[in-house]
Design a protein around this ligand. Structure first.
Ligand code: FAD
Length: 483
């Protein structure tokens, strides 16, 4: 590609895609480079998904400032992306008189209308399953829950719809000076841009160091989770926080946008970006969850996973221009609440680039994204109407999550579309239900291959060589239906 871009964004996580979406409101040529085969493949794919309210911002930090700034974008983002965060509210549970001070701080910090400190009886009215041992609870009506996948992908789709170019599977390996612009070097070539934004998550400090800048290496801190089956829907309605004792908000219990219950995360150092889960870690998560909900049905766990917090020693976000390349901006240490703060970060990045000379001429033709129907959530009449229109709506490929062939095909053919099984999973929830792909996992590679015009053996789970199908072990009866 010999084209010269106004802005190149490195990284297709929630932050990179939010920046792409925000800058797409202006008349700019933008390219997003992502090293994995899909967006939402880094830190953004494995977190709690909470849109933390004003009560949980951290004063005197950049992350606190951008957290607050982001909250004023929520309604606009929901409208433009055609998504809806779940307005659950939250309860922070105190177990002793000493914890009361923290609840008071949350109340004063947030100044949220309707927020209050509740006596145990009042808290139990809101959440009957919480521990009898609580001393008091802080009720905050503003906390929301997002699907981290949905948000990241909706931002990417909206950016694409508004002209942002995406090149996936393209790892940035360094930078080169090209007169007054920056040459972004990848495994396959060089891309030229007037402005470059490095938001490469866990690799952002490495890339900053590669550009000659002095920033400490990131310390990945792992957080593990349990996902409970949708059978447990209704067990809790609010996000339940403990009073934190260490470096994080603690192990929480939260409903998800899809009806599951999420328990976690703990906090432990991770070697080499290792996202495995451990017996000890999951035990700690279970105990943390049971402190809040003693009858937590852990036997209903359908999946476990872990995510990595990209942390710097001062636990703040660092957003700064490179000393060697004046138009290269680094975003390092974007840990929690990076998802909440993503809109604020995007606007802040736009302001910083603008102050250095990027012209921001607002476009009048910005296109609002429409989300694709989710069969499982539709009323019967609407389901019937769609099936009449296209019989792929009547073919269920994932029974647990009731996902149809029409939804899978759309996810594969949309832009940026799924090209891996994990990408499909994050878009339409196949393999996310109780059987975790035991059933649909055998059908999907064939459906993908057919839709994308690929050989079945080339279908990958996530990374380039993670081929899903190995050797043949059984012959499938010819003509057997896949659905
Ligand atoms: C356990 C845990 C719980 C959390 N809970 C919450 C929460 O409840 N609420 C909240 O607001 N925040 C939460 N966060 C924080 C939030 O998830 C992150 O701040 C956010 O996802 C960071 O997004 P990102 O785009 O900066 O990084 P990423 O999602 O990692 O994106 C960076 C992208 O850059 C790509 N990349 C890397 N190197 C290169 C390269 N050389 N070339 C090209 N591409 C490259 C990666 O593949 C990746 O896709 C949590 C985080 C963790 C780990």
């Amino acid at each position: 590609m010999n084209e010269e871009f106004d802005v190149i964004i490195i990284g297709g996580g929630v932050v990179g895609c939010a920046i792409a979406w925000y800058l797409a409101h202006f008349d700019l040529q933008i390219l997003l480079l992502e090293k994995e085969l899909d967006v939402c493949s880094g830190v953004s794919k494995a977190n709690t998904g909470i849109i933390h309210s004003r009560s949980y911002w951290t004063p005197h930090t950049l992350k606190g400032e951008l957290h607050l700034r982001s909250l004023s974008w929520i309604e606009q983002a929901e409208k433009e992306l055609d998504i809806e965060f779940l307005k659950t509210g939250a309860l922070t549970m105190a177990f002793s008189r000493d914890d009361l001070e923290f609840l008071q701080t949350l109340k004063e910090r947030g100044k949220i209308e309707g927020a209050q400190i509740l006596a145990p009886r009042e808290a139990h009215t809101l959440e009957p399953m919480i521990s009898d041992k609580i001393f008091a609870a802080y009720y905050d009506p503003e906390t929301r829950v997002a699907s981290p996948f949905e948000l990241n992908i909706a931002l990417a789709e909206s950016a694409f719809l508004n002209g942002v170019h995406f090149i996936l599977g393209q790892e940035v390996v360094g930078f080169e000076e090209e007169k007054s612009i920056v040459g972004v070097l990848t495994e396959n070539g060089k891309y030229l841009s007037r402005w470059v934004v490095n938001c490469a998550g866990l690799s952002s400090s490495y890339l900053a160091q590669k550009s000659g800048d002095n920033i400490p290496s990131l310390r990945p801190l792992r957080g593990e989770y349990l996902v409970l089956d949708r059978e447990c829907r209704g067990l809790v309605h609010h996000v339940l926080y403990p009073v934190p004792v260490g470096e994080t908000k603690g192990i929480l219990v939260s409903p998800t946008t899809d009806g599951n219950i999420l328990v976690g995360p703990n906090l432990e150092p991770a070697e080499d970006e290792d996202t495995s889960t451990t017996k000890e870690g999951l035990k700690e998560v279970e105990e943390g969850g049971k402190k809040l909900i003693p009858s937590l049905p852990v036997s209903q766990t359908i999946a476990t996973f872990s995510g990595l917090r990209p942390t710097l020693p001062d636990r703040d976000f660092h957003i700064f221009f490179s000393s060697r390349f004046p138009s290269l901006l680094h975003l390092v240490g974007i840990e929690s609440p990076g998802l909440t703060a993503s809109f604020g970060i995007a606007e802040y990045v736009g302001d910083l680039l603008h102050k250095r000379g990027l012209k921001l001429r607002e476009r009048s033709d910005f296109v609002i994204r429409s989300s694709f129907p989710v069969f499982r959530k539709l009323p019967w009449e609407e389901r019937e109407r769609l099936i009449q229109e296209d019989d792929n709506w009547g073919k269920i490929v994932c029974r647990c999550e009731e996902v149809t062939v029409a939804e899978v095909k759309h996810a594969l053919l949309s832009s940026p579309g799924a090209s891996t099984l994990d990408g499909l999973k994050r878009r339409v929830r196949v393999m996310m239900g109780r059987c975790q792909g035991g059933f649909c996992g055998m059908r999907l590679p064939f459906l993908m291959a057919e839709t994308l015009g690929l050989e079945e053996r080339r279908i990958v789970k996530s990374g380039r060589n993670s081929f899903y199908l190995g050797e043949e072990t059984k012959e499938v009866r010819s003509g057997a239906s896949l659905y």
